[in-house]
Ligand binder design. Structure first.
Ligand SMILES: NC(=O)c1ccc[n+]([C@@H]2O[C@H](COP(=O)([O-])OP(=O)(O)OC[C@H]3O[C@@H](n4cnc5c(N)ncnc54)[C@H](OP(=O)(O)O)[C@@H]3O)[C@@H](O)[C@H]2O)c1
Length: 237
């Protein structure tokens, strides 16, 4: 067994996922693996990164990726979709698309990569969630951000992570299962005009990615099933 840390970032073509892989590629003793749905010149330009095809909405592509990766220390599920889609004006079919990518996708991926995670001792599962999935904050008057369908899916993602934590806790070595809010980040998702109209804009992807990886690096199984902000602050569920 190699002592290199093998870290898989699902959704690494652009945005926060790309920045996570860029940071991991510069870290010592680390093998970053990034997934894409279609070729990403930006990801291909980073050296020492393994690139794998994967679509979170497609079981077959996830099985194929999992069979190519027998060992993983850390699984970071970063991929997600999000626009302004209020639940009152969005069809149930469109809400189902959110749930398919943001909730069922992570469920597919975690189940598929469990054997690879069990093959190593680190056993970290990280989901890039959102403050929009924080029910405590969303229930306050005037909550902002991508709420609606997106917030619904991220709240379900958080619960999925807690359920994986509960079911995996009996295993040794122990798993660490954590959802993380990356902050407001200047990506395609974070730069949507209606969001930019609400404030000063998001932080650079590298700033969020650095902080997320610092947090992830220090996580222990005792911190599993906690909802964190990128800077290590605990978020309410
Ligand atoms: N930006 C923010 O301010 C912010 C705030 C809170 C939470 N987040 C969360 O942070 C994560 C990354 O967001 P971002 O801002 O970097 O978004 P982004 O710039 O829109 O990038 C989204 C990434 O997800 C991938 N993706 C989308 N659907 C996928 C699917 N079905 N299968 C596989 N990959 C898929 C995209 O790949 P393609 O290039 O193939 O489309 C892309 O790599 C998301 O989970 C998002 O909800 C972002």
């Amino acid at each position: 067994m190699s002592n290199q840390q093998i870290v898989l970032v699902i959704g690494a073509s652009r945005g926060i996922g790309l920045a996570l892989v860029e940071e991991l590629a510069a870290a010592p003793n680390t093998l970053p693996i990034g997934t894409v749905r279609r070729p990403s010149p930006a990801l291909d330009a980073i050296s020492n990164v393994k690139v794998v095809a994967l679509d979170l909405a497609d079981d077959e592509s996830i099985s194929k990726a999992a069979s190519a990766l027998p060992e993983l220390d850390t699984l970071i599920i970063n991929a997600g979709m999000g626009q302004r889609d209020p639940v009152t004006s969005t069809s149930t079919a469109d809400l189902a698309t959110y749930l398919n990518v943001n909730v069922l996708g992570p469920h597919r991926a975690i189940r598929a990569f469990l054997p690879a995670l069990r093959a190593r001792k680190t056993r970290r599962i990280i989901a890039i969630s959102s403050s929009s999935g924080c029910i405590t904050q969303q229930a306050l008057p005037g909550s902002i951000g991508l709420a609606g369908c997106y917030g619904t899916s991220k709240a379900a993602l958080n619960m999925l992570m807690v359920q994986f934590h509960n079911e995996l806790q009996g295993e040794e070595p122990r798993f660490t299962v954590v959802p993380i809010h990356p902050g407001w980040v200047a990506t395609d998702m974070g730069n949507q005009p209606h969001l930019l109209a609400l404030g000063s804009g998001g932080m650079p992807p590298a700033t969020s990615a650095k902080a997320i990886l610092k947090l992830v690096d220090g996580l222990t199984p005792e911190q599993s099933a906690t909802f964190y902000r990128f800077d290590g602050e605990k978020m309410p569920w």
